[in-house]
Ligand binder design. Sequence first.
Ligand SMILES: [Zn+2]
Length: 452
Amino acid sequence: MNARSFQRLALWDSHDRPLELAGGQIHDPGTGRRKRQDIWVVNGRIHFRKPEGTTPIVFNLVGATLFPRLIDVHVHLREPGFEEAETVATGALAAAKGGFSAICCMPNTQPPIDDAATIRYVLEQAARAGGARVHPFACITRGRKGEALADMFELAEAGARGFSDDGSPVMNAEIMRRALEYSKMIGLPIVAHEEDSHLAGLGCVHEGAVGTRVGLRGIPREAEDVMAARDIALVRLTGGRLHICHVSSKQTVDLVRQAKREGLPVTAEVTPHHLVLTDERIASYDTNFKMNPPLREESDRRALLEGLLDGTLDCIATDHAPHTAIAKQVEFDRAPMGVTGLETAFSICLTDLVNPGHVPLETVLRALGPHPAALLGEPWTPIEEGAPADFAAFDLGRTWTVTADSFVSKSTNSSFLGRELAGVTLLTMVDGRVAWSDPSVVPVHPSAARAS
Ligand SMILES: [Zn+2]
């Protein structure tokens, strides 16, 4: 069945009618303990006892494990401008299907998100969509051209949660310095795509033995390293808040580790694909292994894992970058960079990192929950009495096969097509409404229950 055929958006909202989630196990990410707990959601809040005088709609979650709010801080939604690849609505739904209650979207749209009107447009589309909550990042520079700062104060007022020219670096160090100074005044992070565009040149894969063997032009690790080093130096100068996107180079992991030891306000993220794949994959010339930064060597992958384990890399973020099949079905060096990730991120982490024992589940949950929340300056609460109803219920034992038809995203350019993965999202709750539910979770309405 095509996933698009069973969209049931915001049909169940605790603001209209209480919801009961019966039989699930709550996972406490602090201790790793689980306890069986029925949950009632009323007006967006969690209750552990059935509120008196209510007749809730009941969801059977026996066998499910419930995790508090998961957040993906790096998503490309493609609207406005590239709606054939993704819209705010399809991306927010894909996020909810992946178990995410909230996402941050990047401003490399057309027009780019560099004025208040475009921010408001994205927020309105998101409110209408009813999927995961959408937090927009706005451009650092006007038109993402790297030449003049955008009006960061106006953008913050309109709802920007951070600033990024992602997809492109800010090559001018003076402009980056000013951006960090303003970000400090505003209290929002600079979210940096670290890449020296001159060093990267026309490269499309990692510069190394595999790239040479297959005859594709390389991007050296140092394209990332020199910019990460520069921006860390600028943080030292300005005290601005820096978040480094999609770390791929082992040397950048060391730079971030050193910056944190120094006590600088620097955080970083890593993608699921960089954690589990290497540049060996490009030998197939499959453009679903083409992304920026590129897949690197096993020694980098191991350094990224170490960085995740010791807390150097704070967040796991997908860099969900949808492209149409037509755009991707060209020669490798001509294809656009980027792969999707919202609907596979949790399952990939579970299947390839947690289940084989490489990374504890608690580490993955911290990188998808409290650490992203801290980047956004949001409180992050476990599933407890009175807390906002933001959580996801997974069947950790059930497996599924990644196929083009399994996605609700408009695009299917995944590196994991054909993989069998553990972990199915049964239900995602956002602000007390059901933003996603698996077809296997059939709610029972009180009237129906009485009739039977
Ligand atoms: Zn980027």
